[in-house]
Design a protein around this ligand. Structure first.
Ligand code: M6R
Length: 597
């Protein structure tokens, strides 16, 4: 969701800005722009709605050169995705340029006040308010640092802001609150970006800003002030990922690569240490989207393997619930990016209510990881495609490991059970490889079902979570009308939608529940639906007698089946999206990291 790139002191700022924005484009955007300080000391802006290619063409037609600049990919929140609303935004003099991720919540009141004072707005964005406010304080004999600090005291909401000013040409300023910003320390240049991959081609020495920080970046130094405007030391980190991990390599898309990486990610995770945390009395999961589906599985696993009661909350809904105490509860936030605004808010709210806080996170130094007392790292490696795949399975595997560990500590699992589980865990990467190998059946099925009017995913118990995730994958990247239902709920309403042209994907991997889901398959078949069933190899004959098509999965304990059953469903969504000509890695209207409420 929105991308920020800035550079000071480079030979060719524009090419660095454009390349950086390219690396950030996976976050989702609908407009892009750059501001460059020319050798004549003027700020020149090029920006347009649409893709980065449009911006590049603009730059070919109207080139601009300079050593310092800022660039942005915008995902519209305040105002439509138009040229005029694209960032950077300037003040009236054109000497100041601002880019911004996040939302300024008191924008409307500030806009009215500034308009009353004679400031003229050219866009509908909240960011333009920031440009005028800084300009106002610059006019009151402040320097840029002082004007920015005054502005930050007035605005509320979430932001990562980067500002450049023609009268202070050797520097850019960056400020963060609830939205990530990384400073890159290069040999001959300074950099700032909203995410690490944008900076990897230039430097591995990075400094991660904390909430409330303001940084001044020049070509050879960085000074950071904390939330009290006191100069503070933030130690740089050396980023060890190789660029390849953030590149597509041989694959056509990031999603294809990330689907295939799942067995390796599982292996990495199994070889890594487990989060240390006292066994909780009860757990309350907070998460969004796929992480919410993984949490449903987590709730079931904690109950079955450790007898720990747990509930799962959609993070965006939590803020409306009564603020009852959560003293004996561990709030477990599950988030690939570690930056999802609703999950972060739910974690904070739980802490205020007395809960302990832990998190399952992929991205190091992300906001959720920093605010949790304990973190279980997912070890998925960079996930770029908007539709999560390896993020989802590493979340489930993390939860399975935690449930087993706590089950052992609570003596719910005997020493023998625990040993057997060790073996089962070690088999998982191999079982995932075996499941992923069978690609042809998925391709053929996708070709035969390219445009069903309606797709229902059904399942019971853990299979219901897989159904939810399978439907989300299909709808988010292929734009098909896909919904998931607990199989037993069909007859309470949704079955009214079943006609001859409906496709039903029945997930039947749970040993005790397969017979029951078979009766639901019969119900939908009787009303004309075609049925694709997913089951264990040992249930193949049973399901073949019921469904139009059957995909089998290797036999494994029930608790492991969600890690396998989702793999062909990810692939199905992927192939369907390709066949329908959809933008697989960057589906319409979606962003990788949802940093606004
Ligand atoms: O980064 P997070 O795990 O917190 O993201 C949560 C959801 O936004 C995310 O899982 C989303 O639903 C994915 N696009 C689904 O593929």
């Amino acid at each position: 969701m929105c991308g920020i790139m800035g550079v000071v002191g480079a030979k060719d700022a524009v090419s660095i800005l454009v390349e950086g924005l390219q690396h950030l484009s996976y976050r989702g955007y609908d407009a892009a722009g750059v501001a460059v300080l020319t050798d004549k000391g003027q700020i020149e802006i090029r920006k347009s709605a649409g893709s980065l290619d449009k911006l590049k063409s603009l730059l070919v037609g109207e080139p601009v050169n300079g050593r310092t600049g800022v660039g942005h990919t915008r995902w519209a929140t305040h105002g439509a995705p138009t040229d005029c609303n694209a960032h950077p935004h300037t003040d009236a003099s054109g000497k100041l340029a601002v880019i911004h991720n996040g939302i300024i919540e008191n924008e409307r009141a500030l806009r009215q006040k500034l308009a009353g004072e004679g400031y003229v707005f050219r866009s509908q964005t909240d960011t333009e308010v920031v440009a005028h406010l800084i300009a106002k304080y610059l006019g009151e004999t402040c320097d840029l640092h002082c004007a920015l600090q005054k502005t930050l005291q007035i605005i509320s909401g979430a932001y990562a802001l980067v500002v450049m000013y023609a009268d202070e040409p050797d520097r850019i300023y960056a400020a963060r609150k609830d939205s990530p910003l990384v400073i890159g320390i290069g040999k001959d240049a300074g950099y700032v970006a909203s995410d690490i991959p944008a900076l990897l081609p230039y430097t591995r020495e990075m400094l991660l800003l904390e909430d409330g920080d303001v940084a001044r970046v020049t070509k050879d130094a960085v000074i950071v002030w904390d939330r009290d405007d006191v100069i503070t030391e933030r130690l740089p980190k050396t980023i060890t990922w190789d660029q390849e991990a953030a590149d597509k390599g041989e694959h056509m898309t990031f999603m294809d690569k990330e689907i295939d990486e799942q067995p390796d990610a599982a292996e990495r995770l199994l070889a890594s240490p487990l989060m240390r945390h006292a066994v909780p009395e009860r757990v309350s999961f907070v998460a969004c989207g796929s992480a919410y589906h993984a949490s449903i599985i987590g709730r079931e696993l904690l109950g079955r393997l450790a007898q720990i009661p747990a509930d799962v909350k959609i993070a965006s809904e939590m803020r409306y619930e009564p603020e009852l105490p959560l003293d004996d509860t561990l709030c477990l936030a599950v988030s690939q990016s570690g930056e999802t605004a609703d999950t972060l808010a739910a974690l904070r709210q739980s802490k205020r209510r007395g809960a302990k806080a832990a998190a399952i996170v992929n991205v190091q130094d992300s906001s959720i990881a920093r605010e949790a007392e304990s973190v279980q790292w997912m070890h998925a490696g960079p996930e770029i495609a908007v539709a999560t795949t390896k993020g989802y399975t590493t979340q489930i595997l993390s939860l399975l490991r935690l449930a087993l560990e706590w089950g052992k500590t609570r003596e719910v699992l005997s020493a023998r059970d625990a040993r057997e589980w060790e073996e089962q865990l070690n088999r998982i990467p191999g079982l995932m490889r075996e499941t992923l190998a069978d690609r042809d059946r998925v391709d053929q099925f996708a070709t035969a079902h390219i445009a069903p009017r309606l797709v229902f995913f059904i399942g019971r118990g853990l299979d219901y979570a897989t159904a939810l995730e399978g439907a989300l994958k299909l709808k988010e990247i292929s734009y098909l009308n896909a919904e998931a239902y607990a199989a037993g709920e069909l007859k309470h309403g949704p079955i009214a939608l079943i006609e001859n042209d409906a496709l039903v994907v029945a997930v039947c991997t749970q040993s005790e529940l397969t017979s029951k889901t078979i009766s639901n398959i019969r119900e939908v078949k009787a009303r004309g639906a075609s049925v694709l069933a997913l089951c264990r190899k040992s249930d193949e004959a049973r399901l073949k007698a019921e469904a139009d098509e059957v995909w089998t999965l290797p036999d494994a304990p029930d608790a492991v089946m969600p890690l396998l059953a989702i793999l062909p469903l990810q692939r199905l969504a992927y192939e369907t999206a390709l066949l329908r000509g959809c933008s697989v890695d960057k589906p319409r209207n979606l962003a990788k990291s949802v940093t606004v409420e």
